[in-house]
Design a protein around this ligand. Sequence first.
Ligand code: ATP
Ligand code: MG
Length: 439
Amino acid sequence: MQADSLPKVYARAEHNISRTQVSENALKVLYRLKKAGFEAYLVGGCVRDLLLGREPKDFDVVTDAHPEQVRKVFRNCRLVGRRFRLAHVYFGREIIEVATFRGAGDEQNDSQIQNDDEGRLLRDNVYGSIEEDVRRRDFTVNSLYYNIRDFSVIDYVGGMQDHAEGILRLIGDPETRFREDPVRMLRAVRFAVKLGFKIDPGCEKPLHELADLLYNIPAARLFDEVLKLFLSGGALQTFEMLRHYGLFQALFPAVERSLEVEEESFPRLFLVKALENSDTRIAEGKTVTAYFLFSAFLWDAVRTQAQAFIRVGVATNIAFQDAANAVISEQIKRIAFPRRITLAMREVWILQSRFEHRQGSRPFRLLSHPRFRAAYDFLLLRIATEGVDPELGEWWTKFQVADEDEQKTMLKASPKPRRKPFKKRSGAVKSRPDNSLRD
Ligand code: ATP
Ligand code: MG
C-alpha cells in the first residue's frame, strides 16, 4: 500500500461533473454527512458515468463515518451486510448506499483479511482511510472520488487519464487482483462493452490465463454477474469477448461444447440471432427476459441430448423433458438460475414440439399457454437459423390472429405432424450403423 502517494485533485473547473446530474437524494446524503463533520464522496460507477455524460444507474457514497455513525445522522437508514457493514438510506424507492472507507490491510499481518490458496480474498471487513479504500477497488476509472466539500474529483491512481483515453486498467498487479477476485475478469469484459473502453494490455494477458479461477466462484454470485453481462444491451459483443478470453466456458460449459462442434452455422447462428434480438429490444426500450435468452443459449445442448434419447426409442416429449432436466442440472452448478427461470426455460423448450400438432383442440391449448408468446418467438428464431420449415411459423403467425372461422379452415387444411419434427444437426451426432457398435 502506498499511503504516502499524493492524489491529483481536479478542481470543479477541470472536470465536467455538475450537481444537476446527481440525484437529489444522493446530494442530500452527501451534504448531511458533511454537515455532521464527516468526509463524503461519490465514488465508483456513478463518477465514471457522470464524466462520460451518462446517467448513472445508482449513486454510491463513501465516507469516513462508521456505519453506526451514519445511522445516527439519518432517520431513514438501515444497516445491511454481514461481510461488510453498509448503510442504506431510504428515499421512497431510491436507496442511497453509504459505505465506510475500507482498509486495504496487510495480508500477512491482518487477521481479518484472508486469502485462499489461489489468492482469493475471503474476508475484508476492516475500515480504513480514503488512501486504503482506493487501492481495494478494481479499475482506475472506477476509483475516482467526487468530493462534496469543494466539488473536486480526487484521483489517486491515474483514473482521470485512463478515463480520457478509454482504458480499463486494474489498480496494482493485474494477476494478483484477478486472483483476489476472479469476478473482476467478468467485470473487465462488462465495462469494456458498456463503456467502449479498451482493456489495458497488461490486464489482458492474465485474463487469457486465469479463466479457470471462475470455477471457484459461487454459482449465486455468477448469476448476478451473468444478468448484468447479458441484459444490459451489449449481449452479442459481450458473448464474443467472453469467448475470446476463454471466460465463457466457465459460465456455460454445455454451450461452449456445442459451439466447438460446429462453429460456422447452427448453433452459432441461432445464438447470435438471439443475442442480437435481445440487444435490439433493449435499444428500443423494450423489456427482455432472462429466461428467453438463456433458453436460447442452451437449446442446442437440449435438442442434441433429446435426439440421442429419441434415437434409442424414447418418446419425443419424454426425451425433451429428460434432456431439459439434464442440461439444467449441469448448468445450475455453474450459475444459480432460480427456479422461476429454469421452469420457464423448460417450458419454452418443451413447447417447441407442440407447434407440430395442428389438429383438433391442441393448437388452442397451446395458444392459451402462458408461455405461448415466448415459445412462438423462439420458434421464429429456429426458423431463421435452424432450417425449420417456414410454413410452420407462417401458420402460427396467422392462426393466433385469425377469427374462429378462419381457424377452423386452417385446422382442417393443416398437415399431420411429421415423424421427425426436429431436424438432425448435421455434423454433430451422427447415427452409426449398428455393426459399428460390435467392436
Ligand atoms: P455499474 O453499477 O454501472 O455496473 P459500478 O462500477 O458502479 O458499475 P458496482 O458493482 O456498483 O459497479 O460497484 C461499485 C464500485 O465498487 C466499483 O466502481 C468499484 O470501485 C468497486 N467494486 C465493485 N466490485 C468490485 C470488485 N469485485 N473488486 C474491486 N472493486 C469493486
Ligand atoms: Mg454501481
